[in-house]
Write a protein of this length. Structure first.
Length: 144
């Protein structure tokens, strides 16, 4: 997994950081259950709980992103959430989220984007989806 931010995508990540006061998590080019690039600005306390509790395995946002492309508001994801991942997220200020996913199943990129106070407008949600598509395109793995 790449831990450095390539200079060609930094302006997009900076713009997303401005739009998402509660943070975001982006996994680019998931292959063999591992992203080529992972970037997260979620609160550290949430990330610690998420990791320690193994919530990734139960997260409806991730499950949605693996099975779909496009975008959806978290409140509209109609999947079981037996570990109450989305409910627990609100305890950390992740109150208004959208999930976005792009790319083919063998190199899917998906993300969650959050705000604490106000939902994303439709135009903002479309812009965020477009930015994820651009990040996906700019980070296409080199084929041997």
């Amino acid at each position: 997994m790449n831990t450095q931010v390539p200079s060609n995508i930094k302006p997009i990540l900076d713009r997303l950081d401005t739009l998402c006061d509660a943070g975001f998590g982006i996994a680019l080019h998931l292959r063999f259950a591992r992203p080529t690039f992972l970037y997260s600005t979620y609160p550290t306390a949430w990330l610690d709980l998420y990791s320690a509790s193994g919530l990734m395995l139960h997260d409806p946002v991730i499950r949605w992103g693996l099975m779909n492309t496009g975008r959806i508001r978290w409140k509209d994801i109609l999947m079981d959430d037996p570990e109450n991942v989305l409910g627990r997220a609100t305890e950390y200020g992740l109150n208004h989220g959208i999930a976005c996913a792009v790319g083919p199943a063998n190199s899917r990129s998906f993300a969650g984007f959050c705000r604490s106070e106000t939902p994303f407008s439709e135009d903002e949600a479309e812009d965020i989806l477009s930015m994820l598509q651009t990040l996906h395109d700019l980070t296409l793995p080199v084929q041997a």
